[in-house]
Design a binder for this molecule. Structure first.
Ligand SMILES: [Zn+2]
Length: 118
């Protein structure tokens, strides 16, 4: 049997990341709303080059934010899935238990310290 984390701890972690996920999904929706490139009027108002440049910069800013959020969401999804499957805290590479100190400082870690160093 694979060693595992006490259910009590896992439930806490799962709860935390489910909330975090909700927060990120909301944040992502907010970003989508404020991205000028997604404004349906955007294509029609390109008369002013200054506005275009500002929109382009704003868009890139949103794009970077969005990518960051999506990356984090993917990591959270992976962890939630691992909790679900019962292999949370097990290294993806070598199958050993990830050090609890490492996990408490980075609960999203999916590699043990040795494999992460490689
Ligand atoms: Zn490992």
């Amino acid at each position: 049997m694979t060693p595992n984390y006490p259910k009590k701890i896992l439930v806490g972690i799962e709860d935390y990341f489910k909330k975090e996920k909700e927060r990120l999904v909301k944040r992502l929706a907010q970003i989508d709303e404020s991205d000028p490139f997604l404004d349906p009027d955007h294509a029609n108002d390109n008369a002013d080059i200054g506005i275009d440049v500002r929109e382009e910069m704003a868009h890139q800013h949103y794009e970077a934010n969005r990518n960051q959020l999506k990356k984090r969401l993917a990591e959270i999804d992976e962890v939630l899935e691992r909790i679900d499957k019962g292999n949370y805290g097990v290294c993806k590479e070598c199958g050993k238990m990830i050090d609890t100190d490492r996990l408490s400082s980075n609960p999203l870690a999916t590699l043990c310290i040795d494999c992460a160093k490689k």
